[in-house]
Design a protein around this ligand. Structure first.
Ligand code: ATP
Ligand code: MG
Length: 254
């Protein structure tokens, strides 16, 4: 479908088209389309732009990735469909490895996602032939790479499930999430929860990483001083403020 640029929700419709195409290509699962819908509802409430607290979390995310010994970016079907190029660019900027890690795992889908990431410029992508397991998770959801997620000290998990986020935190890793739902278990459990839309969040993190690259000491300071609880409170306060504003506008209209 051709979407007119003048449409007020153009960016959101483009994302939907990318996901539907991803589903046609066997990259996105139907459950992924539902997950996007849940995210969109929160994005609507947040005004479909990056809230100030998310910018703070994105800068902290960049600082953690830059100062990590073994940073890894975890990619699933939705992430590949929506932001392959952006993920590859970020991985390059912070020298992170990319690992395809699927909740609904089939080897064919892993292979298709690896291919898509390669086409977007990735050189080495982990995912096929996993050789380790995330402890505390059953079945194929636990599969990962010893050289990747298993031994990473900092993992970026965009659009991740709560159980796996929790399991990664239990392994002692610094877990950075990107999830529009501030109430999801992922956002509640992650070390650095970024409450922003994926295609805005990844380029923002990359931009901060570029700025911080020249000053490791400043990056370390930002990573150390990020206050998770305060940031989460600020996100919820922002949401409450937005809702109150909408209510006031409704009253004025009568
Ligand atoms: P949890 O398992 O963490 O409790 P959940 O089961 O509600 O969360 P999942 O389907 O496991 O949700 O994870 C998908 C999450 O990603 C949802 O919370 C959704 O809000 C969020 N999400 C979906 N699409 C996007 C997007 N494009 N940008 C940011 N977040 C998104
Ligand atoms: Mg879940």
């Amino acid at each position: 479908m051709k979407i007119p640029k003048s449409h007020p929700r153009y960016a959101s419709l483009v994302r939907r088209e990318k996901l539907v195409q991803g589903w046609r290509d066997g990259i996105v699962v139907p459950e992924g389309l539902i997950a996007q819908g849940r995210g969109e509802a929160f994005d609507y409430l947040l005004g479909e732009e990056t809230p100030a607290p998310a910018l703070v979390a994105e800068k902290a995310a960049a600082a953690h990735l830059l100062t990590a010994d073994r940073p890894v970016i975890s990619v699933n079907g939705n992430v590949a469909a929506l932001a392959s190029k952006e993920v590859v660019r970020l991985a390059r900027t912070v020298s992170a490895r990319i690992e395809v890690n699927l909740f609904h795992r089939t080897e064919a889908r892993v292979a298709r996602i690896v291919k898509k990431l390669r086409a977007a410029g990735a050189r080495d992508v982990l995912g096929p032939r996993p050789d380790a397991r995330i402890p505390g998770l059953e079945s194929r959801r636990a599969l990962c790479h010893r050289d990747g997620i298993y031994s990473a000290d900092v993992v970026l998990v965009p659009l991740e499930d709560g159980d796996r986020t929790e399991a990664l935190v239990r392994m002692g890793k610094t877990v950075i999430s990107v999830d529009l739902n501030p109430l999801s278990r992922t956002s509640q459990r992650a070390s650095v929860p970024v409450v922003d839309e994926l295609t805005r969040a990844i380029p923002n993190i990359e931009k901060f990483a570029r700025e911080l690259r020249a000053d490791r000491q400043e990056a370390r300071r930002i990573a150390r001083t990020f206050h998770r609880g305060g940031n989460q409170r600020a996100t919820l306060d922002y949401l409450a403020w937005r809702l109150k504003g909408l209510e006031a506008r409704r009253k004025r209209r009568g």
